[in-house]
Design a protein around this ligand. Structure first.
Ligand SMILES: [Zn+2]
Length: 165
């Protein structure tokens, strides 16, 4: 019984991004959702350049911060693990986050390719758009030339797949 209670309490704490107990803010970036570490995962460097060039960018690709599964903090509405970020209407649980045009955070799943997961191309699209003064936090409802089917993000994932990434 005791262990059941403990695991139940843990599940609740894990699922929510909002704590009842005020937590000291160690780092403002981390507080608003910049999570992860620079880890040179297999194929990441190549994948960064493929996607960034496909988006027509010639600059150095944004830094990628990796959030490993062991560092997941929450579950989203679909039950997928992720990390807590600040969204326009409060805290949310996400697998990717882009706050600045120069840095993105992505959840990383060992053994699954960047094209299959799709988070790198997704966050890089936010970074790419922001460098051109475009901010589509709603992903334009996954319509149009950037987010829509057969659009730029899809083409970037296709390119990754063709290159085994
Ligand atoms: Zn997004």
């Amino acid at each position: 019984m005791k262990s059941f209670l403990i695991s139940f309490a843990f599940t609740l704490a894990f699922a929510s991004c909002v704590s009842d107990v005020p937590q000291p803010v160690k780092d403002i970036g981390e507080a608003i959702g910049i999570k992860g570490k620079e880890i040179d995962e297999p194929g990441l460097e190549k994948a960064k350049w493929f996607v960034w060039s496909e988006y027509g960018e010639t600059s150095v690709p944004p830094k990628v911060l990796i959030v490993e599964e062991k560092d997941f903090e929450c579950q989203d509405e679909r039950g997928h693990g992720g990390f807590c970020v600040i969204l326009k209407d409060g805290m949310g649980c996400r697998q990717g986050y882009t706050l600045s045009p120069f840095e993105v955070s992505i959840a990383y799943y060992p053994g699954r390719s960047f094209s299959e997961v799709g988070i790198l191309a997704h966050e890089y699209m936010h970074a790419h758009q922001s460098r051109h003064g475009v901010f589509q936090a709603d992903h334009n409802n996954f319509q149009g030339q950037d987010w829509g089917a057969g659009g730029l993000m899809d083409r970037a994932n296709k390119l990754l797949k063709e290159n085994g990434l």
